[in-house]
Write a protein that binds this ligand. Structure first.
Ligand SMILES: Cc1cc2nc3c(=O)[nH]c(=O)nc-3n(C[C@H](O)[C@H](O)[C@H](O)COP(=O)(O)O)c2cc1C
Length: 186
């Protein structure tokens, strides 16, 4: 069984990102899954207090403290977001700003706060148009790497303005393949 941590950066409870995630999660068997809804979680953005320049923890006492624990335990980390102005949503970026803790530990003190283990990453992007959303793709890879996830797979569901997620056969196939990979991760 794998530990799976999901960040959903969509403001829409039943929107396109939620449909992508729903399709993936429905196909997972017997996995431990934690979902962080960034628009609804009580997680403040990093305020650059610089505690983590010196100490191996974040000084802000909110729901992110639990999420740090889930990041430690995760075998798979999934970032799901609508594309906003070619990027992931601002709300997801706000939560992700709290990863500064890991960045500063590595940069300032040469410390690795995350346990050494194989952690895999995936990104699900919902976009209204046909563009590449290169910034969002690059950002998800960067954020997943910051959480120690390598081997990142990106599923980019384009043209949601014209094609409903549930009618996008190519994307549904990719989600099925990803679910199979997760189910067979030892
Ligand atoms: C503020 C805002 C900015 C957007 N920018 C883009 C964009 O740059 N490229 C794109 O393809 N779609 C863009 N869209 C459309 C959304 O990505 C698309 O509707 C998506 O499927 C919504 O997912 P959701 O239902 O999970 O929120 C934007 C939507 C909003 C609200």
């Amino acid at each position: 069984m794998s530990n799976i941590l999901v960040f959903n950066g969509s403001p829409r409870k039943n929107g396109d990102t939620a449909k992508l995630l729903g399709s993936l999660l429905d196909q997972l068997k017997g996995q431990e899954i934690h979902v962080v809804e960034t628009y609804r979680a009580k997680i403040s953005p990093c305020v650059d207090c610089r505690c983590c320049w010196e100490k191996p923890f974040c000084a802000i006492s909110d729901d992110m403290q639990q999420v740090y624990q889930w990041i430690q335990e995760a075998d798979w980390i999934i970032l799901a977001s609508p594309v906003h102005f070619d990027e992931v949503s601002g709300s997801l970026l706000q939560v992700m700003s709290r990863l500064q803790l890991y960045w500063m530990a590595r940069q300032k003190r040469g410390e690795e706060l995350l346990p050494e283990k194989i952690r895999r990453g995936a990104a699900l992007l919902a976009a209204g148009g046909p563009g590449k959303a290169q910034a969002a793709q690059d950002m998800t890879k960067r954020l997943l790497h910051c959480m120690g996830a390598s081997d990142v797979c990106i599923i980019h569901c384009k043209n949601t303005d014209r094609i409903a997620v549930e009618d996008n056969a190519a994307v549904l196939r990719q989600l099925k393949e990803l679910a199979e990979r997760i189910n067979y991760t030892i």
